[in-house]
Design a binder for this molecule. Sequence first.
Ligand SMILES: [Zn+2]
Length: 457
Amino acid sequence: MSQPVHISFLGGAETVTGSKFLVKTSEKTILIDCGMFQGLKELRNRNWDNLPVNVDDIDIVLLTHGHLDHVGYLPRLVKQGFSGKIIGTAPTLAIAEIILRDSAKIQEEEAKKANQENYTIHHPARPFYNQHEATKTIELFQTEEENKWTNLSTNIAYRLLYNGHIIGATYIELDIFNKRFVFSGDVGRQQDYLLSPPKKPEYADFLFMESTYGDKLHPKENLDEMISEIISDTIHKNGNLIIPCFAVERLQTVMYLLWALYKKNKIPNIPIFIDSPMGNNVLEVFNRFPQWHKLTSSEYNAMCNHMNIIESYKETWDTIDDKRSKIIIAGSGMVTGGRVLTYLQQLIDNKNTTVLLVGYQAEGTRGRQLQEGAHEIKFYGKYYPVKASIKNIESLSAHADQNGLLNWLSNIKNQPEKIFLIHGEPHAMDAFRLKLKNTYNWEVTIPKLNSTIELTL
Ligand SMILES: [Zn+2]
């Protein structure tokens, strides 16, 4: 008997963020990821819309990993009445908890600020969700082991498989009436400082494939050389090196890089300060789940002991007053908020300061302005001249590039019936569509945002 399955692309379609894929079958309705839209305002405004589906019909949410664009809409889903289980690996749920609590706090602060400064069109401005709503969501979390099949009903089962990218990240295999659905999640890199290479799927009847870097190859950079030069220059100038950094994974990677350079005698024993409350929480996740990354516990401890991990905002000011040449790693990665603002406000107008950008800088952020050579920059309503020298590292991505994505698909033994490209900008998806056609002779569909496709099994 033929079985209809409906797939609704509620986010992460025609764009990178907001991943939400609803799989509706005769037995169960499953939501894969429940992310927030990020980036341009038009996209962010979509976060306020209720899902265009009946939330009561959703039986379960399966998460690929803990990034905001994969989990950030969950409290809204719960507000709309979802009360089922939210499943992910233990480290994914630990990261998701950190991200949701931080996101709720930021939403509350922004609503408060909008009301105080009266720049809202909503009266009063409300947070997208608050900390209480985040807590209610976290109560629905349930841990699942990696690489273990779990039955959801007679004809539906799922498993989560290691995917690199960030700690805990997986792709998801879903068997529905003997057909294999594969949701790639975000695919990690073959070579990563902290994570092992991703596992690869062996069968896929219906494939939902991310394409963030579908049109790009990561540049080859000699990071050891670049970083040790920047540090020796910093010491020579008796200045400070400030590294704005994402708290999840990137911060831990940069810590590891610096510690490894010190161990190899490539940099001297310059003081290193880590100033990111959220980063400290993520570091604790690395400590709790040693089997999910490559550091041994003695390496982890030695790395942490080599750094000065800042706990309080008072210590931030003590660090600024510290006259020694030093390295400061602080959030946020695109200089949109966090402790890094305090450091830059104090030190950006000093020609002995170096700012090293180590991640993607989105349009409209201070990070992008610095990257593009802005001569002044605004903090807390006041302009500061940029006298610091600005450096850039491009190769520290947590995503597979075009070759990595092709490689991830190379173990698939059958001809998939349908391939959907998701989680990419239109130009990246189009380039990757052509690449898949040329490499594997696969026909690819690029689904529209909020479209529903019926498959007959
Ligand atoms: Zn991700």
